[in-house]
Design a binder for this molecule. Structure first.
Ligand SMILES: [Zn+2]
Length: 208
């Protein structure tokens, strides 16, 4: 019936029996996750999820730092860090403040690129991590990037719409390069395995 709001008494998440928060389809726990992480079923990123990717991304970055593609990506990342609000909307101002906080803390375009690559390495490893939702992915990327520098005050007030915008800017500036880096690393690993396999075959003639 139009105009009549369905009444939910327990959380809309199956298996969750908790009572809903007023005017919400979800219980307090799932409502908080929805606002904070963009999806009621998305959990915050834990260091043990992304730390394993940090070392090899740093190594790969060092190996490809002088490539033209990386130089272009560094320029794009510098542009993201230098973001200035266009219309003065709250999410723009908060994004500007966050990027300023990061640069003040010494975060460089290379740091931003590496961070984005770690995020996408994690996503490549666990494709459904954010429930296949772009919004949840962007919010979590924004939060992940913001944590490159310790939070300035207790209880950071940045809204999830602002984190989403930060995530969008980082994705637009860094995702293509990060994907190329991860694909190149994958290809190199395959080639290295092929070489090892070939070393066990002594019937092949050596290349002239
Ligand atoms: Zn619930």
């Amino acid at each position: 019936m139009p105009g009549v709001r369905p009444i939910y008494t327990s959380c809309a998440i199956p298996e969750c029996r908790r009572l809903v928060r007023a005017w919400s389809r979800y219980c307090p726990k799932h409502a908080t996750r929805l606002t904070r992480y963009g999806d009621p079923l998305v959990m915050p990123l834990k260091p043990k999820e992304w730390l394993p990717h940090e070392r090899y991304v740093a190594d790969a970055f060092a190996r490809y730092a002088s490539r033209r593609g990386t130089q272009i990506a560094l320029d794009l990342a510098a542009g993201v860090l230098a973001y200035r609000s266009v219309h003065g909307f709250t999410y723009q101002l908060e994004a500007e403040r966050e990027f300023r906080r990061l640069t003040d803390a010494g975060v460089t375009p290379a740091d931003l690129l590496r961070r984005a690559a770690v995020f996408y390495a994690l996503l490549k490893h666990r494709p459904g991590r954010f429930g296949d939702r772009q919004k949840a992915e962007d919010i979590n990327l924004g939060r992940f990037v913001s944590r490159l520098a310790p939070m300035s005050r207790r209880g950071n007030k940045t809204r999830s719409t602002s984190y989403r915008f930060i995530g969008e800017l980082v994705r637009e500036g860094c995702a293509l390069w990060a994907g190329a880096l991860l694909n190149t690393m994958e290809r190199e690993a395959v080639e290295a395995r092929e070489r090892v396999r070939a070393s066990g075959d002594l019937t092949m003639e050596a290349a002239p």
